[in-house]
Design a protein around this ligand. Structure first.
Ligand SMILES: Cc1ncc(COP(=O)(O)O)c(C=O)c1O
Length: 371
């Protein structure tokens, strides 16, 4: 019988040559201040905990399959965003929804266009289905170049343009006029990944499939609803497109627990609004403090701040990242040339924000005394 190597050699080249996604470090040490995955620092609303309690008490039958289409959650999201019935599809995290889009909107050999940087999962999902990724660098100020995206997509005959809005890891929300012009001008699908939109002033969710037949908006319960551990995301699009994509979805892709938690969460609007207010307040505080320490902060519309270190030197950014890691404060450093002078810090509680500022202050003072 052949060895495992011989069997592995017969795997598709596409799989063997691709890299997997590397998530931010996940550690369960309770002493750690975890600001590296843009999670929400607060627990979910009491309504969510109560709904999950009813599951634990046996009031809901765990031995039975959950509703296959997550229909209650779909309707709740359609009402919340004033979308026509049939506009929403739910996924096991928005990552699953993204994977479904890469599988359903394109054939192997097709291409899609994205800004660089943006969410680094997109090219990995493309590799998995043999779709070519075309990255269009952002401008000097890290803003998306909409004209260049469109020119490139048209020149290559691409089927889809995708971006996170607010973008990641910059946190920048681009002008709504530019976004609208892109959607109107492109004869393919435009996907706006709105994972962080609840912390911004704008969203296109309510316009997906209605104002624009080619617009698909994606979002998640992981960030603004404090449910990253539950894995719930969704997309909004024209009902006829949703019907097509539904054919590829796993029949029971959301657990009963996930559906109950999300339905309770979406009903508690007051909790979500108050949570976003607190996060934005801490974000303004952190930006002010980092500016005082000599950082240059991009104007964040998300639950994280992307800030250029005082010297603009990538070595300083890496050293601050490592210094904080030793103090059990996890943030994110991206080594690609355009992003290497920056650090990304997720918004935590006021105490966590104070700890990160104290840590950076200590690093900068120690560096100064060594001069
Ligand atoms: C832009 C963006 N989209 C999607 C996701 C994934 O979210 P989910 O937890 O719903 O899979 C993330 C996670 O960090 C993200 O940054």
């Amino acid at each position: 019988m052949d060895s495992i190597d011989a069997f592995l050699n017969r795997l598709p080249v596409r799989l063997r040559s691709m890299h997997g996604y590397v998530p931010g470090l996940q550690k369960n040490d309770t002493e750690i201040i975890k600001l590296n995955s843009n999670e929400n620092p607060y627990p979910p609303s009491d309504a969510v905990l109560k709904a999950l309690g009813s599951l634990a008490s046996g009031a809901m039958p765990l031995q039975k399959y959950p509703p296959p289409r997550s229909s209650g959650l779909r309707s709740a999201l359609e009402s919340r965003y004033s979308l026509p019935p049939g506009s929403v599809l739910c996924g096991n995290g928005s990552d699953e929804v993204l994977a479904l889009l890469f599988r359903s909107l394109m054939d192997p050999g097709d291409s899609f266009v994205m800004p660089d940087p943006t969410y680094s999962l997109y090219p990995i999902l493309a590799d998995a289905v043999g779709v070519q990724s075309i990255a269009v660098p952002v401008d000097e100020a890290l803003h998306i170049r909409f004209d260049a995206l469109l020119t490139e997509a048209n020149a290559r005959g691409s089927k889809m343009i995708i971006m996170a809005m607010p973008n990641a890891p910059t946190g920048l929300y681009e002008s709504t006029e530019q976004i609208e012009t892109l959607i109107r001008s492109f004869a393919g699908w435009v996907v706006l990944d709105e994972a962080y939109a609840p912390f911004a002033e704008n969203s296109f969710m309510h316009r997906a499939g209605t104002d624009f037949p080619n617009l698909i908006c994606i979002s998640t319960f992981s960030k603004a609803w404090s449910l990253a551990g539950m894995r719930i995301g969704w997309m909004a699009a024209h009902p006829e497109l949703v019907q097509q994509i539904d054919k590829l979805r796993d029949s029971y892709n959301l657990s009963r627990a996930a559906q109950m938690a999300a339905e309770a969460a979406i009903a508690d609007i007051a909790w979500q609004e108050e949570n976003a207010r607190r996060i934005k307040e801490s974000r303004e505080w952190l930006q002010k403090e980092l500016s005082r320490l000599g950082f240059e902060c991009l104007q964040s519309s998300a639950n994280f701040v992307f800030a250029r270190v005082p010297s603009g030197d990538p070595n300083q950014a890496r050293s601050i990242f490592e210094f904080l890691e030793e103090k059990k404060i996890l943030i994110r450093y991206f080594s690609a040339p355009r992003t290497a002078p920056y650090l990304r810090i997720s918004i935590g509680t006021p105490d966590q924000m104070a700890a990160v500022v104290r840590g950076i202050d200590e690093f900068l003072k120690a560096a100064k005394s060594r001069l």
